[in-house]
Design a protein around this ligand. Structure first.
Ligand code: BT5
Length: 276
């Protein structure tokens, strides 16, 4: 159940996300089988981190109606008004670091697949962690991890989807959109959440099974980065080139005048697409 008061007023016509409704619609084996829903938190990634420390299980999900300190990559602010889908998943992988590098694109792919199956929209994945419709960002993904020594203790997959609010609430920009504005009516958030969780679970199982080629081919079907001019800032250099292809979910190739450059997503500071 949603905790707190005044939430209904804040929702502005969007139905609150209800735990019972999620349970009834969920088709996953383990993702979201234990769930926490709050009206407000700093960041759902923080809620998962705290719960992980208290022994929350693999697949635990935190959802919040609003976030007061939602974050993007490298500490950027993620604006999270009521009506969005702000959700984080606890994953306790059995192996190492490559998991973390793969998760942003895996999360974006799951969202794009879910949106395309539930709505009359054509969502695409934009490297490294965006979901876009007509090149306008409708969702972003943030993966974080806790390591103990060389071991990955757990990872947190945070998904932010601009669902049912007006775009002015996050500052009008032609580069962002909400599903409500694109579709012309509020969307069924419970149905979308359940579908996203199912897609994440299926893709995560492919990742665990080492089916990298399969995952890359799924990304290629829905991505919109290949062939575009891109300006990439890394920790120790910058490069301008053309996005060539994906080697894995966490490693891509950029064609520059100096030749092909492999880029690990984990080393990225920023990515800017140039208009072709
Ligand atoms: C992302 O970062 O796109 C990752 C966003 C992840 C948000 C989820 S919500 C649940 C979980 N809890 C969290 O605290 N985070 C995750 P990045 O690529 O760095 O994009 C951040 C940039 O997007 C900002 O600098 C703004 O320019 C822009 N932005 C902020 N809020 C936005 C929004 N709601 N929709 C679209 N763009 C936004």
């Amino acid at each position: 159940m949603i905790e707190g008061i005044g939430v209904q007023a804040a929702l502005k016509g969007s139905h609150p996300v209800d735990e019972l409704a999620i349970n009834q619609n969920l088709k996953t084996r383990y993702l979201g089988r234990k769930i926490s829903i709050t009206s407000e938190c700093t960041s759902t990634n923080d809620v998962v981190k705290c719960s992980a420390g208290k022994g929350a299980p693999h697949g635990f999900v935190s959802i919040s109606e609003t976030q007061s300190a939602g974050r993007g990559r490298l500490g950027r602010l993620w604006v999270s008004p009521a009506g969005g889908i702000w959700l984080s998943i606890l994953l306790r992988p059995r192996t190492h670091q490559f998991f973390l590098d793969s998760l942003p694109l895996l999360g974006a792919l799951a969202i794009a697949k879910a949106v395309n199956s539930q709505l009359r929209l054509k969502a695409r994945v934009r490297w490294p962690n965006d979901v876009v419709v007509d090149d306008r960002k409708i969702a972003g993904v943030l993966a974080e991890a806790k390591s103990t020594g060389n071991e990955l203790a757990y990872t947190i997959l945070g998904l932010g989807i601009n669902a049912n609010f007006i775009i002015d609430e996050i500052g009008a920009s032609t580069n962002v959109a909400t599903l409500q504005s694109l579709q012309g009516a509020p969307i069924d958030r419970v149905a979308l959440i359940c579908r996203v969780l199912l897609e994440v679970e299926n893709l995560y199982e492919l990742l665990c099974a080492g089916m990298v080629e399969k995952l890359v081919s799924l990304v290629r079907e829905l991505e919109c980065s290949r062939g575009r001019s891109v300006w990439v800032k890394l920790e120790n250099r910058e490069l301008l080139g053309m996005f060539d292809d994906y080697e894995t979910l966490g490693r891509v190739r950029i064609l520059t005048r100096q030749g092909t450059q492999p880029i690990d997503t984990s080393t990225l500071l920023s990515v800017e697409y140039q208009s072709n």
